[in-house]
Design a protein around this ligand. Structure first.
Ligand code: HEC
Ligand code: HEC
Length: 465
């Protein structure tokens, strides 16, 4: 483990590089960008330098924000809480990410005229990297909002405030659904469900719709022009991002390993490519059975005399083979039965990518009040089933706010598991500050009984993705 001081130095180096590049017109292709466990690289599949002048980097709205206010190359194309905290210090909380529309904990009864006021108003953004997502309760929902207990005053019950991490705007061709709750891939919002038959046209359409929504909401602007939308989507879909160098293990594509973004850019994918549901569901169009060997990057390092390499290889093997008894997961156990024996890959099934290759909203309990991790900084939202009268409290109703379905409460997608080291904290609500805490979550939630060494191996592996 690296010391806190070293981690801080690396973060400062990253943001200094970022600030220098803010004035630059482009970033060299494959420029190694530092993060707490090594260097991340983005490969532009057009083989050109990364153009930093296009609409993705322009202020298209009225509040000074661009896509790159929340999706930065140095942070795996999202933001890390550490970088946002530094940005707050460097700009006294005046950088355009600090806007009350959705950057502050709540958008009313706050005072952003003083530094102290801003520090308090933007505390979830600087401590957890969270953006306030305000969504109206869908018409005809199967539930009624009984109460909202929001620590920051956003207690409205017709429009709910959720707090979510920006998702990486990279590696997008692997997506089987856009946004954590899939709301940009849903007929309810005028977008398209992503399917084997209609991909990639559906994805391109959804990303264009998403870019428009991002401009009108986050940037408080008029919709961008068709050409701006096309340029944004062309830009973000040409990016392939992965950790490339690990401080301890060295180059992640050396010695027979195949980490890094160039190999990732060549990774085959289609919707359902390795879906883990029984083939009778027909989610994998080829009908091929699920293969639990999800990651196949570091087998060559197994038993290496270098401790760091051996640990990463053990972590990968655990991801692929550790047996997990899956219980209480909405989206799996309500369909396949109360107890399903699986692995990490049951839910993270896309080969060498780790999202779900078929749209699969799941509730693993990250936003539940009894999550093994601290969620006390989040609102408590209480919903009642209009038919049965059943009552449920959660910190984020997830996909239910898109479909209105009771069964969808708390469901979100599993994100792509690449470029993780650059973008702490983790999970949709930032409740895991480190990858070690992600592992702690799984260890407790699914009673895995992992040894200290196994937990360290898994975290070391995740940091190399
Ligand atoms: C104020 C911060 C902010 C700004 C500005 C912003 N985004 Fe995002 N972005 C987010 C958040 C938060 C999410 C996830 C929200 C959710 O899933 O509910 C997200 C999600 C996305 C996703 C979905 C990725 C996936 O895996 O589903 C894409 C693509 C994206 N943003 C692109 C853009 C583009 C393009 C722009 C500029 C037009 C932009 N964003 C501007 C915060 C921001
Ligand atoms: C039952 C399904 C399931 C299993 C099993 C599972 N995951 Fe997840 N994973 C998810 C879902 C769903 C999310 C998104 C949860 C959220 O943000 O609320 C997620 C999120 C993550 C994230 C955070 C990604 C990010 O961008 O923040 C990591 C890392 C991760 N999982 C690793 C693992 C590892 C390692 C294992 C095995 C020990 C594992 N998962 C097992 C479903 C699962």
């Amino acid at each position: 483990m690296r010391s806190r001081v070293e981690m801080c130095l690396v973060t400062i180096a990253a943001s200094t590089a970022l600030m220098q590049h803010a004035a630059a017109q482009s970033l060299p292709n494959l420029l190694p960008l530092p993060n707490p466990s090594g260097f991340l690289e983005t490969y532009n599949t057009n083989n050109q330098p990364l153009d930093l002048t296009g609409p993705f980097f322009q202020s298209l709205g009225t509040n000074g924000r661009s896509c790159s206010s929340c999706h930065l190359p140095t942070e795996g194309w999202t933001v890390s809480a550490a970088e946002v905290a530094l940005r707050f210090l460097f700009t006294q909380g005046l950088d355009p990410i600090f806007r009350t529309v959705d950057g502050s904990n709540c958008d009313h009864n706050i005072d952003t005229s003083t530094l102290e006021g801003r520090a308090s108003a933007y505390s979830l953004l600087t401590s957890r990297g969270l953006i306030r997502i305000a969504l109206a309760v869908p018409a005809g929902a199967e539930f009624t909002v009984v109460s909202v207990n929001n620590p920051y005053g956003c207690n409205e019950t017709t429009t709910l405030s959720m707090y979510r991490r920006p998702l990486p705007a990279t590696n997008l061709r692997f997506l089987s659904t856009v946004m954590l709750d899939g709301r940009e891939s849903s007929p309810q919002t005028g977008t398209e469900k992503i399917t084997y038959q209609t991909n990639p046209g559906d994805l391109i359409f959804d990303l264009g719709h998403q870019a428009t929504d991002a401009t009108t909401t986050h940037a408080q602007g008029a919709p961008p022009t068709a050409q701006q939308v096309e340029e944004i989507v062309n830009f973000e879909t040409s990016l392939s991002t992965a950790q490339a160098i690990d401080f301890q293990a060295g180059a992640l594509s050396a010695g027979g390993a195949s980490g890094g973004p160039i190999t990732l850019a060549a990774q085959p994918f289609f919707v359902g490519i390795n879906d883990s549901f029984p083939s009778s569901f027909g989610f994998n169009p080829t009908g091929q059975a699920f293969n639990a060997m999800i990651f196949n990057l570091y087998a060559a390092w197994a038993g290496s005399s270098q401790a760091a390499k051996a640990s990463i290889a053990r972590g990968e093997a655990l991801f692929n083979s550790l047996s997990i008894t899956i219980t209480g997961v909405a989206g799996i156990n309500d369909v396949l039965g109360p107890s399903v024996t699986g692995t990490c890959g049951t839910c993270h099934d896309s080969p060498n990518v780790g999202n779900h290759s078929y749209p699969a909203p799941l509730n693993i309990g990250v936003g539940d009040l009894n999550s093994p991790l601290d969620v006390s900084y989040l609102p408590v939202i209480t919903l009642m089933n209009n038919t049965t009268g059943e009552v449920v409290s959660t910190t984020d109703p997830g996909r239910a706010m898109v479909t209105g379905l009771w069964a969808d409460i708390g469901k979100v997608k599993g994100p792509i598991l690449r470029g993780l080291a650059a973008r702490a904290p983790y999970f949709h609500n930032g409740s895991a500050q480190t990858l070690a805490e992600v592992v702690t979550f799984y260890n407790k939630r699914f009673n895995l009984n992992l040894s200290g060494q196994q937990q360290a191996d898994l975290a070391a592996f995740l940091a190399t993705l």
